[in-house]
Design a binder for this molecule. Sequence first.
Ligand code: NIG
Ligand code: FE
Length: 411
Amino acid sequence: MSLLIENASQVVTCHTKGRKFKAGKFQSEIGLLKNTSIYTDGGRIKWIGNKLPARFKSGKMKKIDARGKCVLPGFIDSHTHLVFAGSRADEFSMRIKGSTYEQIARAGGGIISTVKATRKASKAELIELALKRIISSVSFGVTTIEAKSGYGLDTASELKMLEVISELNSELPVDIYSTFLGAHAYPKDKTRSEYLEEILYEMIPQIAKRDLANFIDAFCEKNYFSVADTKKIFMQGIKFGLVPKLHTNQFYSIGGIEAAIECGAISVDHLEVMKPSDIKALINSGIIAVVFPAVSYFLDIPYAPARKMIESKIPVAIATDFNPGSAMSENIQLSMSMAVHMLKMNVEEVINAVTINAAAALGISHNVGSIETGKQADMVIFDTPNYNDLLYHFGINQAEAVIKRGEVIYG
Ligand code: NIG
Ligand code: FE
């Protein structure tokens, strides 16, 4: 069935003008249209304008009156770890009392504690847990999500996590892109070289053969994976058709950015700790800088220098990094609010950062991330006539209807 969204007070198109992402001054252009209607058919945007042409009027059509509302492209959460079992609420409480994330990890908590719980959980249990989180994420306007493995750290458990993501993707209306993050931490029951060999020669070939991941990732950080390990993993991933994206510069700057650029990564994610040379390396690299204000807020660590990166014409995307240790919130609107206040981004930059630039961080900006004819009909209708209200009236959810491929999937 076709869908007509009629007379929206504002349509924020995030138009691309044919580009893959928005950088520099262009990141604050959102392509605002007033009193506009949108017609979708077959899951795609067919027409945007004021008076629907007669040729679109045949057949069954659902109509939504959008007077007094604004319509945005569906949000894209380009970085999450939403498949996991167990809880780290007690660890959180310890952190609040003064322990650091790194101290807790060294004492056997952190990622390793989630690994224990996730290894024990069945696929059905993981699906049930992840499903709730995805529904929550969608309720805030998300229509495309990325999800990672990385809480298995052995072949069977990493495959189990990726199978969960793949099943959720085929059963749910939202698109879920999957990333293999075997290199999230070293497991306690193997030597480092044994585990690295397992990633390279068991996990990657099996994952590729079964088409279980789009991307390959690593946690390139002091005490986790070195630049040399990261490059080996990326080169092997590329050989098997996976696209690299990298967790880097969260606590230290150890050369992850250069490695990512050298390996042709699509995005570098985190970036809380950046040397001037790291920023310089990103300029004109075409890589998307994905930042997580919710991680800085939750761990009380520095915020990524998003303002500086935007001024250096580096395309910036924002994601939740939803995970049990460093950002336990699937609310992308909360991350958007933090981006305004803590990263000093303006409202328009933030909107592009969760739509078109987030799409570019997943290599899908030709298909989603903006409201343009020909694109997939992924949109959100907000119950306000002014898009600034999304960030002005904060702490509440104004998403009224979430539309995926021309169908209302929430609200
Ligand atoms: O992106 N930094 C590495 N990985 C996650 C946190 C994982 C965890 O603490 O469970 C992140 O922040
Ligand atoms: Fe992450």
